[in-house]
Every structure is written in C-alpha cells, then in structure tokens.
Design a protein around this ligand. Sequence first.
Ligand code: AGP
Length: 580
Amino acid sequence: MCGIIGYVGGRKASEILYKGIRTLEYRGYDSVGMAIDTQKGIEVRKDKGSVDEVAAAMQFTSMDGSVGVSHSRWATHGVPCKENAHPHTDCTGKIAIVHNGVIENYQELGEALAKKGHKFSSETDSEIFAHMVEDEKKQGKDTFHAFLASLNKLKGSFAIALLAEGERRIYAARKNSPLVIGLGKGENFAASDMTAMLEHTKDFVPLGEMECAVLEPGGVKFYSLLDGKELKKTPMHVDWSPEMAEKGGYAHFMLKEIYDQKHFVYESLATDVSAANALISKSRDIHITACGTSYHAALMFKYLSSKYLGKTCDAVIASEYPFIASPDKDTLVIAISQSGETADTMKALEFAKEKGAKILALTNVVGSSITRVADEVVYLNSGPEVSVAATKTFTSQLAVVYKLLFPGNDFSEIPKIIADSLQKEVEIKKIAEMIKGKQDVFFIGRGLSVPIAMEGALKLKEISYIHAEAYPGGELKHGPLSLITEGVPVIALAPSDDSVYKMLGNIREVRARGGFVISLNNSSEIEKESNVSIKLSSVDPMLHPFAMVVPLQLLAYYVSVARGINPDRPRNLAKSVTVE
Ligand code: AGP
C-alpha cells in the first residue's frame, strides 16, 4: 500500500521523483524517502513525515543525478520512523530498493543472510531484498540476474524498484502489487500508478504478474520472472490529463471529487456495457464481490436486481468470498473495485476462477490487476480518484450497475440529480457543525436506502473518526435502539418510496427516546417529524440513491474538516489496499 516511483533519463531525477511521489502520497503517508545515483555514489535521504515535510527537511531536490527511486510508506512491518522508511540499501550502499507489498518469508531469508554476515538497519520485511541482491552479485551474477534470482526466492507480494550504483538503469518487478511502466522520449518511468507519470507521458505498460522490466533512458525491456525470457509488450495510451489529478482550486481532493461527480457520471453512463450484458444474461448464478465502498455498490446490484427484476443474486464481501461462496462454471462473478488492485478482491477472483466461474470486472483503472483476470471489463471512466475516501467512483459504480441491470432505461436524469444534491452544501456544512462533537452517529434506511446508509456511515467513520453504524430501519428495535439516548444523531434516509411510512415509524421511535433525527426526505410528513431535514428533489424512486449519497459524502467531508482532520488522508488507511 505504499507509493513507488523510479526515473531514468536525462533530467534531474530528484525533481521528477519529488513531484511524482507527492501524487502517490495517498497510497501511504507515514514516511518518505528518495535515492539518487549521484557522482559520489548512491545518496539516500528519508524520514518519518509527509512528503512535503521530509522533502523540505532533507532537501530532496538538491540531490543531483538522472536516475533514482522514491517511496511513500504505509507501514506493515515496523513502526513509521527514519530507519524503516524506504529506500533501503545493502551492506555496501551500492544497491537501493523501494518495495510495496509484504515479503512473507522475510524472517527465514533474513536469518540466512545474517549468518553470512549481513547487517540490517531496519525492522522492515523489505530491506532484506537489497541484501539478497548484494549476495547474489557476490556470487558472480550481474545485477539483472541477481535481481531475478532474488525475486524468485520471495514469497508474498511485491512491487519493487532497484537502483544499482553506476548503472543508468532501474530494475522493476511485480507480483500481486501494482507497478506501471511509463514510456517517455529519452527517459522512462516506473510507478505504482499512472497519475504520477501523467505529466511526462500517456503511454504505459502495466507490468503483469511475475514480470520485470529493465529501464534505461533509451528503452525498456520486459522479462518473465519465471524463466527470464524477454517479453513483447504493446503499450496502451491513456487520455487522462495531469489536471484531472490536481485539486483544481478545491481545499481537498475529496471535495473536488465530490463535485467531479456531476461530470464524470456522464462518462460512466456512456460506457458500453453490451458485452457485459451478454455475460449477465447467459449466467445461471450471479455473485458480486467487493470491499468497502465498492461492496455497497455490489449490494445495490443485489437489491435492484431482486426488487425490480425478481432475480436473486449474492453480494459477498471479498475477504469472505473464499470461505462462504461456492461458484462453479455457470456462475458469473462480478468484481467491483475502483483501484482494480485490492488484494482481498483479487484473492476472491482467484478462488472463483479456480472453480471455473466467469469474471466480469468493474474498475476505474485501465490495465489494473483485476482487468487481467477478468473475462470482461467495464471501465467506470471516473478519472483518477486521489482522496482515500471513494466518492465519484461510487456514483460511477452505481451508474454502471444501473446500466447493467436495466439496459433499455434512460438514465440521463442522473447528472442533474447529482448537481441538485450538490446545492445542499451550505446547509450540510451547518449540520456538520451539529454533529462534529458527537461520539456516535446512526444511519437508518430501508430497501434501496440501506446500502446508501451503509456508505454514509462508512464515509463518516473513515474520515471523521466518529463511530458510525448503519441499520435497516426495522432492525433498530432488535438491539440498537438501546443506544439511542438524548441528542444521539440518527440520520434517516426516508425518501418517498414504498418504505416511507415504515421509516416514519422508525423516526418516531428514535424521537421518543430523545434521538436527534436528521432526515433526507421529499415529504412534509417526514420533515415534520425530524429535527433537521435535508430536502431531496422529487425523482423516480429508483434513482433516490444518487440524490442521497451526495449529501452524505458532503456531510462526512465537512465533519472531518470541522474536527481538524485531513479528509484526503485518514489515519491507518490507504487508497489502494494491496495487502490481505
Ligand atoms: C472507501 O472510502 C474506502 N477507502 C474503501 O472502503 C475502498 O472502497 C475499499 O478499500 C475498496 O477499494 P477498491 O474499490 O479499490 O477495491
């Protein structure tokens, strides 16, 4: 879950890497480092802290040299501190590496190296890799073959970039962690995702599983890790602009991305889903699997399918999928993943594939890992999403889900519904002030509102650190009602649909216990019973989820800001969760 970038070319590497690693900081932000091959040998500067803090304190850009690597860390082994920050070097300081992933057999490998006299200066699993390459080189191999031999001994997951003193090359490899090669003119790049390279190139080759690349200024060669054979690769061209990954005047990426929704949902609605539709209509069973916010989109698929089409399908949390699902060759597994790199989702798909199931992937990232295991891919077309909290990719996922389930329907109203909800920003800011000091917030809804209530609760807890839970309204009386006391906020999703009168009953239950009801509604009856009311536009009840989710995203955002938190970088989380 760390960010990696490497550069080799004719320009000052430290400046390019600094800009690139800032773009990747959403992937991990507890410590940062950079290694440059300077005239005096490999120089490493690193420390605990944000990219800007460490770059300023360590004067990253004063390092001269045209080849280097940089890393922003999300700790898995060892606390965030200077020693554990990447890059790591071997005993001689002539090899520097950056790593994303988890080396599962690092203890065993480390013990063997220690016996040979290697000294380690960190608690990380990653450092051993620099020493492994050093060791292989001592046995007479060149850097490439030492790199290959060492990679083949690793168990677990890795995206690795390596720099060796005096060689104008970057060695890069991947297994179960993303790494994309960017192809420039007289220069080349390797990074955890394309956004870090968009300023320099739009031509990319995502590394495949168990593949490696050797980057030189004049070209890149690709190899299989298994047999070292050279591979032919066709680059893909991506139309994203660097501005799409910039804040564009908004205080945070999250707010920008919430606003982006009114534009990008058009793109998602325009996505061609005909091949995916054919797969869906051919399948006997449908399982939808995903994590976090994407799981809420999976639940929407399930709810819509059973409510409007009378077709039952299963939505399963990806990390649970191998333990409870029984897919076979007549099962279609629909995997939803913004990043296309989530390890839990990838494992679920590996399991489903082994059982002979067909895979349909819904993702935002072209060439991501999920696209390589899928039989069919639908891209969300939401543009890069940088904030850790998923917002625009969720509405894009919903748009695609609606298109998949109701191919003949006209959904052109959706962008306007989103734009109308965005108008609520000022009143939502006031509501955020009301709940910023609370300890618990409950979200309730019924029917199609349940996955949206869950998404509202996830968003709030994720970025405000306030405990938030969502329940179907009918469940309150089966337990959670005991938690409703004077002033406890309950956000009731009560649009005018077939569940509105039941929701009215739930709101009364809450008020009778002193709860503070903030409702999302389009009826005067609900409004009258609520302490605070957010009015929704009157739309087709099937489309209420689009109208409700935007105010909940804004609420989470403003509560986070009011509590002095950076909503783009919540503690302990990362954008792309590439560990299980
Ligand atoms: C959402 O705000 C979260 N950051 C998280 O739940 C996320 O949706 C989850 O990790 C799944 O990610 P994916 O869509 O990239 O697979």
